[in-house]
Design a protein. Sequence first.
Length: 268
Amino acid sequence: MAKKPEDFKKQMEDNMKAAPNPNSHVKKVIGIVSGKGGVGKSLVTGLSAVAMNKKGYKTGILDADITGPSIPKMFGIGKFNMGDEKGLIPAATSNGTKVMSLNMLTENETDPVIWRGPVIAGIVKQFWSDVNWGDVDFLFVDMPPGTGDVPLTVFQSLPVDGIIVVSTPQDLVEMIVEKAINMANLMNIPVLGIVENMSYMKCPHCGEMLNIFGNSKIESYAASNGIDILGKIPLDPEIAALCDGGKIEDIKENYLESLEFILEGMID
């Protein structure tokens, strides 16, 4: 019997999947995406891993933002390139979250990565196939902005179970969110919801909630498109200071309770 077009499509998609390291046992892969840069994907990636780690799950972060890796700095991880016959060994944060990032493999963390898209995409696949992740419940993938080579490689090569879209309360929000969601839909990957970063600022003197970037449009957008709001993160100097100091795990406030609920439902 001749194969149907959809059968050929599925076969092609299966052939593009990168084989995981044989010693890795990753239950769920979650991509953190945005339609543009500067919205705080790395922060949301880090906070997501920290939140689920505190809930007792084994977490890891694959830093796919090759040309702008900031995850190691947030967690206070320096150069780390150990490996054995089973593959590269990811670094571990103070609370046990596993991390792999190009910054941990270069001679200096400020060395520029001047590579073309296909080379960068190949490194991302290696972080999946050559890294011995061991047992991980949730592997969070910090994606580069946009819808180019690397996000496409992640969607096609890794078994992504869902994406978290990161946005900010600006007029561009609909375009930012729409691009990321449309790409996920084209790749048949579930959209778990939206996290709004820099959502508000609390006045240090009176506690008033200040909308620095104008009134948020995320509620109306989410409601009209049937998408969950997973959390709102404020513009807070303390958050910035802890991340700059490599102490993201010391952030006490939990801004992602709704995300936790959804992720726990994927495991249980």
